[in-house]
Design a protein around this ligand. Sequence first.
Ligand SMILES: NC(=O)c1ccc[n+]([C@@H]2O[C@H](COP(=O)([O-])OP(=O)(O)OC[C@H]3O[C@@H](n4cnc5c(N)ncnc54)[C@H](O)[C@@H]3O)[C@@H](O)[C@H]2O)c1
Length: 254
Amino acid sequence: MNVDPKLGRAVLVVGGTSGIGLATARAFAKEGARVAVAARGTDGGARALRALAELGTEAAFFEADVKDEPSIERAIGATMARFGRIDAAVNCAGAGGDMMPLEQTDQSTWDDVMAINARGTWLCMRHEVGPILQSGGGAIINVSSIYGLSGRAAHHAYVASKHAVVGMSRSVGLEFAQRGLRVIALCPGVTATEGMRQAEAAFPEVVRGLVAQHPIGRMAAVDEVASTAVWLCSANAAYVTATAVAVDGGFLAA
Ligand SMILES: NC(=O)c1ccc[n+]([C@@H]2O[C@H](COP(=O)([O-])OP(=O)(O)OC[C@H]3O[C@@H](n4cnc5c(N)ncnc54)[C@H](O)[C@@H]3O)[C@@H](O)[C@H]2O)c1
């Protein structure tokens, strides 16, 4: 019913070719799980496969765009064909969207952020629940953000999309609470991914200000977010569902 990665079960990480997703794929692999990664871009897929191969796990990459439902369906079908089961899925694909005041945000910016972060997560879940239930139950982790639980000026499209991820995780978690499938929104604070380091180089003041809002005084390491995802999928978190879990260095409390 719950996923114990040490049993060598199968995990799907959507958006697992870089940043938090790749760290999560690696963390599951270290626990002995077989790992399928689905994301855009075959170069990133090849890099992820090399990183997972170094850990000695059985891994697969399937190209998929969360904006394109058939590609998600194909990736999940291919994972089932390859591993025969899916015990947990981590939906990590996300777009930051430009930070823009309300009146300067055009519809295409809004649509793109919502299509990837909100509708993309919804589409992934829609196609993941069947295989997970067929595998005897498990967990879905949807990566939201501290901005799924709080606001930020001039970042409303991203904030809205991440609130949607929290809302749908709660609702789908309730729907499947008695059917052996747990659903949790994982809400990281600012995390030291390659993309965030590039943003820091380009806009040092902005990123310094953001980090300063985290009482712990630093960014999260990707492995600190990834290890929480692994724990949430394990039997140790069997009573955690239909909720949001923050890994935020105290951000929300402040
Ligand atoms: N880095 C942070 O500080 C931070 C903080 C809170 C939440 N998050 C969230 O964590 C998640 C991962 O962020 P990250 O910083 O590791 O990003 P990243 O850019 O390093 O990784 C994003 C991953 O998603 C994939 N992806 C992007 N668009 C896709 C699409 N349309 N279809 C399929 N795959 C797609 C990319 O190929 C990549 O594998 C995102 O949802 C992001 O909003 C990040």
